[in-house]
Design a protein around this ligand. Sequence first.
Ligand code: HEC
Length: 144
Amino acid sequence: MLVLLILFTVIQFIQPARNSSVLLLAADITKAVSVPDSVLLILKIACYDCHSNNTRYPLYTYLQPMGWMMASHISNGKANLNFSEFGTYSKRKQANKLRSIVTSIQEGSMPLSSYTMMHKDARLNTQDKKKLTDWALAAKDSIE
Ligand code: HEC
């Protein structure tokens, strides 16, 4: 028990780097395709923590190992899809990503359930899902 307590205390000092940049890059998705405010709001609440250059960190992520888990989701999530750098993708890749946004929402694989467990506001209701998928399909058609 004491060993665990010491270990827990020690790991608190190993804080992962924070993913936060307030810069709006020229490559931001809003510059590449049209994103209505109502859609952007859902994306920001439900997806941007892992798929953009700016994560909102709730207090619990300052506690390890939760912060490390979050950092790993972020680097993994950004490597697959980064809304802040969407414009750097080829048109073909952009269309593919928009298509997989539709699939991931229809399958319910995004946002990750381990995340919505802690972030109730990121849970998508039927209306949010429809709004996102309708938008992603229209955005995909606009670049193809
Ligand atoms: C807690 C972090 C997290 C959140 C929040 C999140 N994602 Fe993800 N997402 C990931 C990770 C990690 C991956 C990498 C693949 C995997 O682990 O499933 C991923 C993969 C994806 C992919 C696959 C990309 C590809 O290469 O085809 C899509 C699309 C996606 N996410 C869309 C979304 C959308 C849309 C939202 C919001 C509704 C969202 N994600 C919210 C972490 C997250």
